[in-house]
Design a protein around this ligand. Structure first.
Ligand code: NDP
Length: 599
């Protein structure tokens, strides 16, 4: 199915024109302002459908060694790596009623990881677990998160169904006071924030959204009480129901084939089509993934990271569409430009990108019977503009008589929602159930959003400090004025499509910092000079991605079409080099740096 013919300069020029046109059709002046948070009258959409009955408990005022905000993989790995370093009292706090984070909240039908399980699931070497599928279903991943938490004894001290509301440094005791919405105000010598990035479901601000009288929910809070069934399907509650789904991103692509099987009629309201590549999911054995020696998972994960980061590797162990498309991944955006300062003409990169996207558009033609529907499902933008998706069932769903694709690009999304349906282009689609697969607000959780106020030395608020001079950190983890506070996340750090790998490296680093600080009786706090030095390292080779994102169709990657600011937001030489830098730093200078207040 691959297109072997490479596009010539005429075709490239046509593609550029078409991409610009498709972007124009979708850019909205309100940008990210088009969305509504799931709060107040929309709070219903964020309520926890999986909450366990929690016994009332008295507020806590005790002291722990480490408080971890967030019980997803970031928090669990932090707990596990702290235990390996011999840290005793580790208390993880999470809004959900169990561990899992993303995998706690997202349980929609069809949910799978889209990075290979054998590199996505962390601590496989330590737990001895070998995933059963090349791409695991969500429940297998959630169970694995719980497995790590059990193995490292993280349950007894954990606080679930609890939100941290503020972190305040107490100079007298040299501890953080962790306040929560359950009245807790406990002390912690160290705090690690592992609050995730895409955590708060968002809704489109479509006029009339609040008037809909049918059943409605967000995919990250799936209502099985209404639909029946499980993440494996069997949604018997949808028999006889007209169902609408808004959104065709990575979530929509996984859930739509499942809804198609059980709804009486499914209307898919699409604004921008995803690129949907071959999935090839299958059961796997330990032999398939060479899980026959200690460290097999670490080796596989490193191999994947090297390939998707554009580094060389002797062998491609994962061998899937991520690795074969590696040259097109965001990390490899071309930095070369035209003489006049614009993006390069006909670069090798652009040719490869066009060939890949042509291949994906051809796939639509081959898999979708109705030519008009196929045309609407074709993605017209460059590969790295939107999160690539993978499915072998998605396009087939549109060949069913009970599935209709409703394209909303010309009206910048759905026009209006009424009491009993959705209006697009003047046509009303009557619905019994309306499901939002409309994604998550970006940058609204954790310390960077202001939703979790952090008061450091002298009461200084972290965000106030950063508002004046921009974010200042050492390695992304620590900041002057905020002693013993370690932040996880990609800011000033690294990122990858295999984000759990990044989180695990961060957890290893956080645990090493805490262990060294305990041994040295030192406070973890970088000097302003150490921050300056790190900012200079990031600024030196900061890539110029702005033009690329400015030409993409809107989405959360480019702030809904506004483009992404340049400047030092991450380590410029990629995750592999960053991890090496951190490991060397831990080996050679952690103790000295602590004593010199350089970390
Ligand atoms: P996205 O933000 O990627 O997608 C939201 C969808 O809603 C888009 O198709 C968007 O269209 C559409 N939309 C928004 N507003 C409107 C409107 N007014 N009218 C019509 N359509 C509208 O969210 P997802 O939940 O799909 O994915 C978020 C991220 O989560 C992914 O990028 C990925 O990182 C992760 N994820 C990973 C998975 C995995 O690994 N298995 C699975 C699912 C998600 P438009 O594009 O035009 O804005």
């Amino acid at each position: 199915m691959t297109t072997t013919q490479l596009p010539d300069s005429g075709e490239l020029a046509e593609l550029r024109q078409r991409y610009a046109l498709e972007r124009e059709r979708r850019v909205r002046p309100d940008g990210a302002g088009q969305y509504r948070p799931t709060e107040a009258e929309f709070g219903y959409y964020a309520a926890d459908p999986y909450a366990k009955e929690t016994a009332e408990r008295d507020p806590l005022h005790d002291t722990v060694d480490v408080a971890v905000v967030g019980g997803g993989f970031g928090g669990i790995l932090t707990g596990a790596r702290m235990r390996q370093q011999g840290v005793e009292r580790v208390r993880i706090v999470d809004e959900g009623s169990d561990f899992g984070g993303t995998w706690y909240w997202n349980r929609y039908p069809g949910i799978h990881c889209d990075v290979e399980s054998h590199v996505y699931l962390p601590m496989l070497d330590e737990t001895g677990y070998v995933p059963e599928w090349k791409y695991s279903p969500g429940e297998e991943i959630r169970r694995h998160a719980m497995r790590i938490a059990e193995m490292y004894d993280l349950y007894p001290d954990a606080l679930f169904s609890t939100s941290v509301t503020s972190l305040t440094w107490d100079a007298d005791t040299e501890k953080w006071i962790v306040a929560t919405d359950r009245g807790d105000a406990f002390s912690a010598t160290y705090v690690v924030t592992a609050t995730g990035t895409l955590t708060e479901p968002k809704l489109p601000g479509i006029p009339g959204i609040e008037t809909f009288q049918g059943h409605t929910f967000h995919t990250s809070r799936w209502d099985y009480a209404y639909t029946g069934g499980t993440p494996d399907g069997g949604l018997t509650g949808l028999a006889g129901k007209r169902v609408g789904i808004v959104g065709t991103g990575a979530t929509g692509v996984q859930v739509i084939p499942m809804l198609a099987e059980d709804a009486s009629h499914l209307y898919v309201f699409q604004r921008t089509p995803s690129s949907v590549d071959v999935r090839g999911n299958r059961r796997t054995t330990a032999e398939d993934v060479r899980a026959d020696h200690d460290g097999w998972a670490r080796e596989r994960r490193e191999n994947f990271l090297r390939i998707v980061s554009g580094e060389t590797a002797d062998e491609d162990l994962v061998a899937d569409r991520w690795t074969s498309s590696a040259a097109l991944l965001e990390k490899l955006l071309p930095s070369f430009r035209r003489e006049d300062g614009g993006p390069s003409f006909e670069s090798a990169y652009e040719v490869a990108d066009a060939a890949k996207m042509n291949e994906l558009r051809t796939r639509v033609e081959l898999d979708v019977t109705d030519p008009d529907t196929a045309e609407k499902l074709k993605p017209w933008y460059r590969y790295a503009c939107k999160r690539p998706t993978f499915s072998d069932k998605y396009y087939a769903a549109f060949n069913r008589d009970n599935v209709s694709l409703v394209d909303t690009a010309d009206t910048h999304g759905i026009e209006r929602i009424t009491e009993d349906g959705v209006v697009v282009g003047g046509t009303t689609y009557a619905l019994d159930c309306l499901i939002f697969a409309t994604g998550f607000s970006v940058g609204v959780s954790g310390v960077q959003s202001g939703k979790l106020p952090v008061h450091g030395r002298g009461g200084t608020q972290l965000l106030h400090a950063w508002a004046q001079r921009g974010p200042r950190t050492l390695h992304g983890f620590t900041s002057n004025g905020f002693p013993n506070l370690i932040r996880m996340g990609s800011l000033h750090n690294a990122s990858s499509v295999n984000y759990t790998h990044i989180l695990d490296e961060q957890a290893v680093h956080a645990a090493a910092l805490v262990a060294a600080a305990q041994a040295e009786h030192a406070v973890i706090e970088p000097s302003p000079e150490a921050e300056d030095a790190w900012l200079a390292v990031m600024a030196k080779d900061a890539p110029d991605h702005e033009w690329f994102h400015a030409e993409c169709t809107p989405g959360y990657y480019n702030r809904e079409g506004l483009g992404r600011p340049n400047g030092p937001t991450a380590y410029p030489h990629g995750a592999v080099a960053f991890h090496q830098l951190l490991a060397r730093w831990r080996e050679e200078s952690i103790g000295e740096a602590l004593r010199a207040k350089e970390v």
